[in-house]
Write a protein that binds this ligand. Structure first.
Ligand code: SAM
Length: 294
């Protein structure tokens, strides 16, 4: 690469690449290519990637973020589902020798096995991606709940989803997705990104969410299955009180109402509270107490 070569993200270069390969972005695969270098630099800064760390990228597209990651990380593994992009990436990223593009559907990849096969155990691995929005939630939850403790996830997603992921108790956006994420990761929005930063432009605004691993968070929920059932039930009908949602789950008897009331008291939860007012710590305590009681 000559020094004067434009970054892949430069709109002129992106358009050139698209023209050269007669590439049409596939809506069905959530293809919106980032063409705002400042946004890309902010994403890389937010990851804090160091030269001895590994980056995993999901959906490299034509390589705009991938090349920025390769400039700071020791090694980049980029999973791309679309076969037509593979030869293009080979070309656009040919300057870098620390990138491996893997032509697979990220939802079908066993990441724990991947880490073992690539002898990456013990390495600091960070996931950095401009996600395909149609599968944001399953990708994010797979990464959070995988056995390998990815240190951080810096993920561009639809703004509304980022607001749910990073919500605090008492806010409208606080719900089961918030809790699924924040039991294992701290979560904040790094920046909002307007539709103008992409080719083609998406219909929604986007946001970069930064999720950092909470050490040992995997072990502080006694019975994860029960906890998740409690969370699902608590938010099953968002307009209903928590008590009503729990009675729907456990059975609407006077005995159950009294037992739940006693658990609420122990956990400092008001009788008429809604799920969105209950903190994650309170949910954790409630899971233990409810399981003992009912
Ligand atoms: N990283 C590029 C950028 O920032 O310009 C492209 C991001 S684009 C929003 C999402 C990318 O994810 C596309 O390249 C798309 O083909 C890819 N993709 C969609 N579904 C995928 C899946 N299940 N597994 C891996 N990649 C996927």
């Amino acid at each position: 690469m000559t020094q004067s070569r434009l970054s892949i993200a430069d709109p002129i270069r992106t358009n050139d690449i698209m023209r050269k390969y007669k590439l049409r972005a596939k809506k069905s695969l959530g293809q919106n290519f980032l063409t705002n270098e400042k946004v890309l630099d902010d994403i890389v800064d937010a990851s804090g990637l160091q030269s001895d760390e590994i980056a995993i990228e999901i959906g490299p597209g034509i390589g705009a973020l991938t090349e920025k990651l390769a400039q700071v990380a020791q090694q980049v593994y980029a999973f791309e589902i679309d076969d037509t992009l593979i030869p293009i990436l080979k070309d656009t990223l040919s300057y870098y020798d620390n990138i491996e593009v893997i032509n697979e559907d990220i939802l079908k990849v066993d990441l724990d096995q991947f880490v073992k096969d690539h002898h990456l155990e013990g390495k600091t691995i960070k996931v950095v991606a401009n996600l395909p929005y149609y599968i944001t939630t399953p990708i994010m939850l797979n990464l959070i709940n995988s056995d390998y403790p990815f240190q951080s996830l810096v993920l561009m997603m639809q703004k509304e989803v980022a607001e749910r992921v990073t919500a605090k108790p008492g806010h409208r956006e606080y719900g089961s997705l918030t809790i699924a994420v924040q039991t294992r990761m701290t979560a904040r929005i790094d920046r909002i990104v307007g539709a103008k930063s992409f080719i083609p432009r998406p219909k929604v605004d986007s946001a970069v969410a930064v999720l950092d691993r909470i050490p040992d968070s995997k072990n502080d929920i006694e019975d994860p299955k029960y906890f998740h059932k409690l969370i699902r039930s608590s938010f099953a009908h968002k307009r209903k009180s928590l008590m009503n949602n729990l009675l729907n789950w456990q059975g609407r008897t006077d005995e159950n109402r009294d037992k739940i009331k006693a658990v609420f008291e122990k956990c400092g939860i008001a009788e008429n509270a809604r799920g969105e007012q209950v903190s994650i710590e309170q949910f954790k305590q409630m899971a233990v107490e409810l399981k003992k009681t009912i």
